[in-house]
Design a protein around this ligand. Structure first.
Ligand SMILES: [Zn+2]
Length: 207
């Protein structure tokens, strides 16, 4: 998959205005000067993207839109798909086809780290993930879009491997308190990204 362009931020002539872009506009939208031949107050720097490749995120809960990508397709009411990575960053997830161990669609996802790979729990993490994924409980026959889906798989696994960890019994609360804070944060980045894509650059007041 082609890497999406990174959002950069710079200030040309006004300390109160950040200019966000993928590529520096030739002409400053504020003063009209040529940006190549004049000095920028703050030279362009990259804004860190909240999206990561699951491969680089061991023992984490990973999240992506069920269809498409965050940057292109995500809206507030989009369905989300979740999975779990093992200590090597392999993604395990459950859907209407059963369990997948596949990283293909997880190159620009959100990763929430659960434990460090140095944690002793990590020894069981990988083997328990394999055992659970092979269990008939997670066959495609049992999948139900609402009552038995990717979230049930992730919650069941976390409860099993981290019995002392407080995990909400209720799937709705798990989503609201564990998942939604992360998606709310990335929604802001997505908004900026799409505006830059549409207009070439975005000017933002420094607050
Ligand atoms: Zn300027």
């Amino acid at each position: 998959m082609e890497e999406p362009p990174a959002v950069k931020c710079f200030q040309h002539c006004d300390r109160q205005t950040n200019i966000l872009c993928f590529m520096l506009p030739h002409v400053c939208p504020l003063c009209g000067e040529d940006t190549l031949n004049t000095e920028s107050r703050i030279p362009p720097y990259q804004i860190p993207s909240p999206f990561v490749n699951a491969r680089q995120h061991a023992c984490s809960v990973v999240i992506r839109p069920t269809t498409g990508t965050f940057l292109r397709d995500y809206e507030n009411n989009s369905n989300l798909h979740v999975g779990v990575t093992n200590s090597r960053g392999d993604v395990y997830d459950f859907d209407e086809e059963g369990i997948h161990v596949n990283n293909a669609l997880w190159e620009n996802c959100i990763a929430i780290p659960i434990i460090q790979t140095t944690n002793t729990v990590c020894q069981n993490w990988d083997t328990d993930l394999v055992l659970m994924s092979q269990n008939v409980s997670w066959s495609k026959k049992r999948y139900n879009e609402v009552n038995y889906n990717c979230f049930d798989f992730v919650i069941s696994f976390l409860r099993h491997v981290l019995p002392k960890w407080k995990i909400h019994e209720n799937k709705t609360r798990f989503c609201e308190e564990f998942i939604l804070p992360h998606t709310a944060k990335v929604a802001k980045y997505i908004g900026i990204y799409r505006n830059v894509q549409k207009h070439g650059y975005v000017c933002q007041n420094v607050s």
